[in-house]
Design a protein. Structure first.
Length: 104
């Protein structure tokens, strides 16, 4: 039997790969001889960069970028063998309360 596990992340608690691993661990107790395939997914928000790296390989390089208000923001660059693809986990979005209400 082949079991495909394709979860999204659990916001601010587990990455999609961590969720997939936890699900696999539970299933292995019931189906120890099954073949497991973990395919982490993401909806374009939090966890997308990590899901892409888990699914396609590459290297996740941490770096500091300038945020929308000029402050340093921790982000990641996904580098692959053929060419770098810039994907920032915190790509300029603001947290609630960082911008005055009604500001454009």
């Amino acid at each position: 039997m082949k079991i495909v596990i394709a979860p999204d992340s659990w916001k601010e608690s587990l990455s999609a790969l961590e969720v997939a691993s936890a699900i696999e661990q539970g299933f292995r107790e019931i189906y120890p001889d099954a073949e497991y395939v973990k395919l982490p997914v993401a909806d374009g928000g939090e966890g997308t960069v990590e899901a892409m790296v888990a699914a396609t390989g590459g290297l996740l390089v941490p770096l500091t970028v300038t945020g929308p208000l000029g402050e340093p923001v921790e982000a990641f660059l996904r580098a692959v063998r053929r060419s770098p693809v810039r994907l920032y986990r915190n790509g300029g979005g603001q947290r609630p309360g960082e911008r005055p209400a009604g500001a454009a």
